[in-house]
Design a protein around this ligand. Structure first.
Ligand code: AMP
Length: 429
C-alpha cells in the first residue's frame, strides 16, 4: 500500500511513524512534511489548503490511501474532491467538517440534539450587536469567532473591558482574518478538560485512548495560549463510569444526530469536553486529530494503523482491532524562544540521537528542516518529545530526561506537563 499523509507538523510525524511500522505499507509520502518526517517518508512541497493542488499531487503519486492531518484541507473540501475520483481518503466531507469550521454550526447541532454544552447567549454579525450583548451576560463570558482562526478564535473574558478588546480585535481590526466576521457568546464552564477522539467509518465508531493537553505557554497555566505545549494519556483519565456517561449523553447522541441530519461523517472526530460538576459538556468539535494529543495517542498504539485506516476508508471499521499499550504516555513540546509570539528560526538542533537512545522515547518533529545535512528549527513548536511508561510518572520522567539532552538556542518548554494527571480532581488544564 502507498499512503499519502497531508500536513507537516508533529501530529503528521506521529502518523507517519506508526504507518511506517504497518506491515502492508510500501511507500509513504507526506505533503509538505518536515525535517524529521523526511527520514521516514518522501516529503513533497505543497500548500495543504490548496485542494486542486492536492488533487494534482494524488494524480502524480497514486496513493492507495490518503490521511488528512490538519483541518484546513478538510474545511476546503479535499475529501469531496478525492471522493469524486473514488480515491480512498480518511476525513469528513466539507459539510461535515463544519462541525469544526463553524462554531455556530456546531452549537446549533449540539442544541438540536440536546447534547450538553455551554448555554449560548447569541450569535452576532456586527461589532455593535456584540458590544451590546455584553450588557446581559454573566462573567466570565466566552467569546468564539465563528470560523477557523488557527486556534486563536476563543477567548474567556473576565470583564467587559477584556471582552470589548477581543471583539474589537476580531471583528473591527480583522486580526484573525475572515473567521472573525461573526462571533458567538456563551457561558463559561468550569472543570477539568478532557479530549476524546473517535474514529468512525460513518456507521461504526471507536474511541481512542483519552488525552489531556496543555494550551498555555508557561507552567501553572500562565501566559498566552499556544497550539499546545504538551499532552498526556493514561487510562486513569477516564474511569469506567465517566466513560459510560460520556458515551450515553454525548457520543451516542452525536453519532445519531449526524445520521439524523443526513451528514455522513467518516474519519476522526475530536470531542473537547469540560467535566463540570453537573456532568460532561461539549466545548468543541474538531474534524481531525489533535496536535499534540496525537503524539501521546500514537505512542500507545498497539495495532496496525494502516490496516485500521484502510478498513475505515472501505466502510468496514472493526473496533476490536484497536489495541492499546497499558500504562501512560506523554508528549513534551520544545518550542522556539519567543513562541507563541515572534520567534527566530534556523537554530541548529543538537542532542536528538542521545535523547532517542532512552528506551520508550520517540522525538517527533514539528517545526524542523534540514539544511545541508544539518537539522535546524523552522517553526514555533519545534519537537514533541514523546514517551511511554508503565505509569504517567514513568512516562513523564523519561520525556523530561530526553528533553534535557536536546538543545537549540532559545529553546523553552513547560516543566509541568501531566502534573494534574497525578491528582484525581485537579483544575483542568
Ligand atoms: P474551543 O476551540 O471551543 O475548544 O476553545 C478552546 C479552549 O477555550 C477550550 O479548550 C477551553 O479551554 C476554552 N473554552 C471554550 N469554551 C469554553 C467554555 N464555554 N467555558 C470555559 N472554557 C471554554
Amino acid at each position: 500500500m502507498n499512503i499519502l499523509v497531508l500536513g507537516g507538523g508533529g501530529r503528521e510525524h506521529a502518523l507517519v511513524w506508526k504507518l511506517k511500522e504497518s506491515a502492508g505499507v510500501q511507500a509513504l509520502y507526506c505533503a509538505p512534511g518536515n525535517g524529521g518526517i523526511a527520514a521516514d517518508a518522501q516529503c513533497i512541497s505543497t500548500d495543504p489548503g490548496d485542494v486542486p493542488g492536492l488533487v494534482a499531487l494524488a494524480e502524480r503519486f497514486h496513493p492507495d490511501l490518503t490521511v488528512v492531518g490538519p483541518e484546513l484541507p478538510l474545511v476546503n473540501g479535499v475529501v469531496d474532491a478525492f471522493e469524486q475520483h473514488r480515491w480512498p481518503i480518511i476525513g469528513p466531507t466539507q459539510r461535515a467538517a463544519q462541525l469544526e469550521g463553524s462554531k455556530v454550526f456546531a452549537k446549533q447541532f449540539l442544541q438540536r440534539h440536546n447534547i450538553p454544552t455551554a448555554r449560548m447567549y447569541g450569535v452576532y454579525d456586527s461589532p455593535g450587536a456584540a458590544y451590546g450583548a455584553l450588557r446581559q451576560v454573566n462573567w466570565p463570558v466566552v467569546i468564539k469567532a465563528d470560523g477557523l482562526c488557527a486556534g486563536k478564535g476563543v477567548f474567556v473574558a473576565l470583564n467587559p473591558d477584556a471582552a470589548s478588546d477581543f471583539i474589537q480585535r476580531v471583528m473591527e481590526k480583522n486580526e484573525l482574518g475572515p473567521g472573525g466576521k461573526r462571533v458567538l457568546l456563551e457561558e463559561a464552564l468550569e472543570g477539568d478538560e478532557l479530549s476524546l477522539i473517535l474514529l468512525t467509518d460513518g456507521e461504526r465508531y471507536v474511541s481512542l485512548v483519552p488525552t489531556r493537553d496543555h494550551k498555555r505557554v508557561f507552567d501553572n497555566n500562565q501566559g498566552p495560549n499556544t497550539g499546545g505545549m504538551g499532552a498526556y494519556s493514561s487510562d486513569d483519565l477516564l474511569p469506567d463510569d465517566l466513560r459510560q456517561r460520556i458515551h450515553t449523553t454525548i457520543i451516542e447522541p452525536t453519532m445519531k444526530g449526524l445520521a439524523a441530519d443526513g451528514i455522513p461523517y467518516q474519519g476522526f472526530l475530536y470531542v473537547g469536553l469540560m467535566l463540570t460538576s453537573s456532568g460532561p459538556q461539549v466545548l468543541e468539535f474538531n474534524c481531525r486529530l489533535g496536535d499534540p494529543e496525537t503524539q501521546a495517542i500514537a505512542a500507545r498504539m498497539d495495532f496496525d494503523l494502516a490496516e485500521v485506516l484502510s478498513d475505515v476508508a472501505a466502510g468496514k471499521l472493526r473496533p476490536e482491532k484497536l489495541k492499546w499499550k497499558s500504562g501512560a504516555s506523554a508528549c513534551v513540546v520544545l518550542a522556539s524562544g519567543g513562541y507563541p509570539g515572534k520567534f527566530e528560526s534556523g537554530k541548529e538542533i543538537r542532542g536528538l540521537d542521545d535523547a532517542e537512545k532512552i528506551p520508550g522515547v520517540k522525538v517527533l518533529h514539528a517545526g524542523t528542516k534540514r539544511v545541508h545535512h544539518q537539522l535546524v528549527t523552522s517553526g514555533g513548536r519545534v519537537l514533541g518529545v514523546t514517551s511511554t511508561g508503565a505509569s504517567l510518572d514513568a512516562a513523564l520522567q523519561k520525556a523530561y530526561q530526553a528533553a534535557a539532552l536536546i538543545h537549540f538556542d532559545g529553546m523553552h518548554y513547560r516543566r509541568d506537563i501531566g502534573r494534574h494527571g497525578r491528582r484525581t480532581s485537579a483544575a483542568g488544564d
